[in-house]
Design a protein around this ligand. Structure first.
Ligand SMILES: C[S@@+](CC[C@H](N)C(=O)[O-])C[C@H]1O[C@@H](n2cnc3c(N)ncnc32)[C@H](O)[C@@H]1O
Length: 326
C-alpha cells in the first residue's frame, strides 16, 4: 500500500513531538492575537473556565460556535461515556457564555457502533439539560469507510445543530444538479414543474451531506499529521448558513485550524484554541501560509518544513525544526 504524508508524519509520536514542541510559539495558557484580521488563537483547555474567558473576553459575542471535540478520548485517555458527557458539559457551558443571545452551535461527534453508539446518546441527553434547543442531526458521508464484510460499511460522521434564541439561518445549496422531474404543482392556475419553481438549479443542502470530499493527502487542503482534519467545504457551509461577515465564530478544538481558515476566507473573526501546542502552532501557520500563498494547506508536503524555509528567507521569526526523519 502506498504510504501517505500523514502516515510518515505522526504528531502523536513522542520523538517528533519532543523535537517540535520547543519551536511552537504558544505554551499552555498563551493566546495569540492576529494583528491582521483580529482572529484569536490560544493554547489551552476548553474545559478551563478562566482560560476560555481570557480567550473570548476581548471579542464580541459569537453568533456561531463550531466544536469538534476528540470522541471520548481526552488527551489520549479513554473515559466512560458518562465522564465524557460530563467533560463536554463544561466546555458547552463555556461556549454558551460567550455566544450571542441569538446564535448557533454545531458539534461533530462520533458514535461507536460496537459499543451502543457511545458517546452520542450520553452527549444528547446531556445537551437536553442545557438551555440550547435541538435543531438538526446532520450526517456527512465519508468516501472511505471502515468495517468488515459482515456489517454495513461505516461511512458517516455526525454533526449536531443546536440554537440559542432565534439565530439566522441561510439556506445553502450543493453543487448537485436537480434532475428529479414530475413534481407538478398549480401556481396561479398553471401547472408548473418542480424545476421552474425552484430558486436554484442545484439541490438544497439537507441533513444528509453526500457532496463533501473527505480530506486525503492528495488534496491541497491536507495538513500532514492532522489525523482528524475536517473538510473546508463542510466548515464553510456551516459558516455561510449560520453567520454573517464580520461575526465572531468560536471553535475550542482547532487541530488543523480549519475553522480559522474558513473564517479568514469568508470574512469572519475566529476565536479558537487547542490544548496541544503543536496544533495551536499549526493552526497559526496554516493561516499565515494561506495569506502568503493563497493555498489552503500543504497537500503532500510537510507544513513545518516549507514554512521553515520561508521564515529563514524572510527572517520573520524563530526557525521551526524539521520533523523526525521519515
Ligand atoms: C477532532 S480534532 C478537531 C479537528 C478540527 N475540526 C479540524 O478540522 O482540524 C480535536 C482536537 O481537540 C484537541 N483537544 C483535545 N482535548 C482538548 C481540550 N480539553 N481542550 C482543547 N482542545 C483539546 C486535540 O488536540 C485535537 O487537535
Amino acid at each position: 500500500m502506498a504510504s501517505t504524508a500523514n502516515e510518515r508524519f505522526d504528531l502523536t509520536d513522542s520523538t517528533t513531538r519532543a523535537r517540535l514542541l520547543p519551536h511552537c510559539r504558544l505554551r499552555s495558557g498563551d493566546i495569540w492575537q492576529d494583528p491582521v484580521r483580529g482572529h484569536v488563537v490560544g493554547c489551552g483547555d476548553a474545559a478551563d473556565r478562566s482560560f476560555i474567558h481570557a480567550l473570548c473576553e476581548s471579542v464580541p459575542p459569537a453568533t456561531l460556535a463550531l466544536h469538534d471535540p476528540p470522541y471520548n478520548m481526552v488527551m489520549g485517555e479513554k473515559r466512560s461515556p458518562e465522564a465524557f458527557a460530563d467533560w463536554c458539559r463544561q466546555w458547552v457551558a463555556h461556549s454558551y457564555a460567550y455566544m450571542a443571545e441569538n446564535s448557533s452551535l454545531y458539534i461533530w461527534l462520533g458514535a461507536d457502533q460496537n459499543n451502543h453508539f457511545q458517546p452520542l446518546p450520553q452527549f444528547m441527553l446531556m445537551m437536553a439539560q442545557t438551555a440550547f434547543a435541538s435543531r438538526s442531526f446532520i450526517t456527512m458521508r465519508n468516501q472511505r469507510g471502515y468495517g468488515t464484510q459482515s456489517n454495513w460499511m461505516a461511512v458517516r460522521q455526525e454533526l449536531l445543530y443546536y440554537t440559542k434564541g432565534q439565530p439566522l439561518f441561510k439556506v445553502q445549496y450543493t453543487d448537485i444538479p436537480k434532475i428529479l422531474r414530475g413534481y407538478y404543482k398549480e401556481v396561479n392556475g398553471e401547472r408548473t414543474e418542480n424545476l421552474e419553481r425552484s430558486r436554484s438549479d442545484t439541490i438544497r443542502a439537507g441533513n444528509v451531506w453526500v457532496d463533501v470530499q473527505q480530506v486525503f493527502y492528495r488534496m491541497e487542503e491536507n495538513v500532514a499529521g492532522c489525523y482528524a482534519q475536517k473538510p473546508l467545504k463542510a466548515i464553510e457551509r456551516i459558516l455561510l448558513a449560520s453567520s454573517h461577515e464580520g461575526d465572531t465564530v468560536l471553535d475550542f478544538f482547532a487541530h488543523a485550524g480549519t475553522t480559522l481558515l474558513a473564517a479568514e476566507r469568508l470574512g469572519r473573526r475566529c476565536v479558537t484554541c487547542d490544548i496541544d501546542p503543536i496544533f495551536a502552532e499549526l493552526s497559526i501557520r496554516r493561516l499565515e501560509h494561506f495569506r502568503e500563498t493563497g493555498r489552503m494547506g500543504w497537500g503532500r508536503s510537510r507544513p513545518f518544513e516549507l514554512h521553515l524555509t520561508h521564515l529563514r528567507k524572510k527572517k520573520l521569526g524563530p526557525p521551526m525544526i524539521v520533523a523526525a526523519e521519515r
